[in-house]
Design a protein around this ligand. Sequence first.
Ligand SMILES: NC(=O)c1ccc[n+]([C@@H]2O[C@H](COP(=O)([O-])OP(=O)(O)OC[C@H]3O[C@@H](n4cnc5c(N)ncnc54)[C@H](OP(=O)(O)O)[C@@H]3O)[C@@H](O)[C@H]2O)c1
Length: 302
Amino acid sequence: MNILITGGTGLIGRALCAALLRDGHALTVLSRRPQTVAAKCGPAVLALGSLAEWPPEQHFDAIINLAGEPIVDAAWTAARKQRLWDSRVSLTEQLVQRIAAARQKPAVLLSGSAIGYYGDSGDTEQDETGHAGTDFAAKLCLAWEAAAQKACPAGVRLCLLRTGLVFSADGGMLAKMRLPFALGLGARLGNGRQWMSWIHIDDYVAIVRLLLLHTAAEGAVNMTAPRPVTNAEFTAALAHALHRPAFLAAPAALLKPLLGERSVLLFGGQKVLPRKAEALGYRFAYPTLADALEALFGTTGC
Ligand SMILES: NC(=O)c1ccc[n+]([C@@H]2O[C@H](COP(=O)([O-])OP(=O)(O)OC[C@H]3O[C@@H](n4cnc5c(N)ncnc54)[C@H](OP(=O)(O)O)[C@@H]3O)[C@@H](O)[C@H]2O)c1
């Protein structure tokens, strides 16, 4: 297949490019820094500096839309919220316009979203039929998905990747937490009862490869492992995997005012189940956190 990937230089995108190249696909990555694409994604990968460079006569069989300004890293000021919105919703709107202009439409669009779609939903189990939350992250996901859905009238098969916390040794949340935990400073967040729905990067990549080829796959797909954990369980498992104690608790009363609206990402959570991926016949390589941590750190975490 000839595949266009937005956000292909990111944590997920780089792992995806490596796997799709191994599968024999031809890849083009949209990047704000096209000169970095070959080094990050592989010398055979072509780069697009903007969607305007996609001529209507160029055909892509599939598009994977992952671009997005990092959401946790900085405070959600009005300007930051606009960047989060523009990099996901506006970019997806532009992508759908280019798809409409293409002489031959792609067969499939796999478009980013996140489990933040469900908002802070306590102990409720969320399969793909769950309702959207009302906080900023949920509204962002809802609008991101709505923008992608406008590709459907052009006859494009659409899957919405409701992505959980992606665990990889190469970056992302787990890599950021490794140092404090290795120093014995790992701490559960607040009461630790909030759910964390996570997925090993290899399972993520494998499900994307399945969705590309499985013509019956469409709509929302929860990109999470089948066994979500509470924050307290995660804290204990990661500390154990790194052979360190973790008896601290980060007090919600202190941190929530500092984090502001963004605190929903750390002190809220959702218990997400990958019903669609399982219904499509996907068997997880890393169904439990112990499996994933053992693969990433070489020892069992539970
Ligand atoms: N990793 C996770 O745990 C997780 C969880 C839930 C959802 N997601 C979503 O899945 C997608 C991919 O995640 P990731 O972890 O691979 O993200 P990442 O490592 O931060 O990479 C995202 C990519 O998006 C592009 N990008 C960043 N800011 C942008 C902006 N302002 N305008 C246009 N493009 C921008 C960048 O490409 P260039 O610099 O090359 O332009 C970057 O490589 C993201 O949209 C993220 O929100 C990830």
